[in-house]
Design a binder for this molecule. Structure first.
Ligand code: MN3
Length: 215
């Protein structure tokens, strides 16, 4: 939201926490309401708050010519800014079953998946295997290389957005494999979380992004 007090760094807007496009419990039983509430209200909010704090400090450091502090702030900006970017996509990547969650992709994206991976099932198996293999915290992505017009599966560590793996990469779907995304419900069984999340995957959103990048 654009308010006067939200303006800090050179008049640019600070971030604010976006609303979820569904209720917290709308993705059950795949993802519990308790996880969704904490993930959105605590984790995502912390990225927003800490990014804004870093921008304030950057504003001060830039205006006093404090290059050492400008450099020092880069990791906080990358981590918290990336957390906001990734979670903003993640909420849109999910949808309640009654709103099309889990419905397989159609049209050009479906054809591109078959062409690149053989089948939707093969893509899901590949993403689940790569997501399960992420050491520590990170993300597994389905993206499109907008120059080559090709689908790619890749992983990123911590809160690095997909674009850190290549400037032409645009995320279609990202799955958060941080423990905070599943632990309350699935404990240490990340593969079970990965298996069930496809029941609420929003392929309509992925198709919209794909159609925009590969018209
Ligand atoms: Mn998360």
């Amino acid at each position: 939201m654009a308010t006067a007090e939200s303006q800090g760094f050179r008049g640019l807007l600070k971030l604010s926490l976006p609303d979820l496009p569904y209720d917290y419990d709308a993705l059950e039983p795949a993802i519990s309401g308790e996880i969704m509430r904490l993930h959105h209200q605590k984790h995502h909010l912390a990225y927003v708050t800490n990014y804004n704090k870093a921008l304030d400090q950057l504003d001060d450091a830039v205006s006093t010519g404090d290059a050492a502090t400008v450099v020092k702030l880069q990791s906080a900006i990358k981590f918290n800014g990336g957390g906001h970017v990734n979670h903003t996509i993640f909420w849109k990547n999910l949808a309640p079953v009654k709103e099309g969650g889990g419905e397989p992709p159609k049209g050009p994206l479906s054809a591109a998946i078959d062409n690149e991976f053989g089948s939707l099932e093969a893509l899901i198996q590949k993403m689940n295997a790569e997501g399960a293999a992420v050491q520590g915290s990170g993300w597994v992505w389905l993206g499109v290389d907008k120059e080559l017009k090709r689908l790619v599966v890749d992983t990123t560590m911590n809160q690095d957005p997909l674009v850190t793996k290549g400037s032409n990469l645009v995320p279609l779907l990202g799955i958060d494999v941080w423990e905070h995304a599943y632990y309350l419900q699935y404990k240490n069984a990340r593969p079970d979380y990965l298996k069930n999340i496809w029941n609420v995957m929003n392929w309509r959103y992925a198709s919209q992004v794909y159609d925009k990048e590969c018209p």
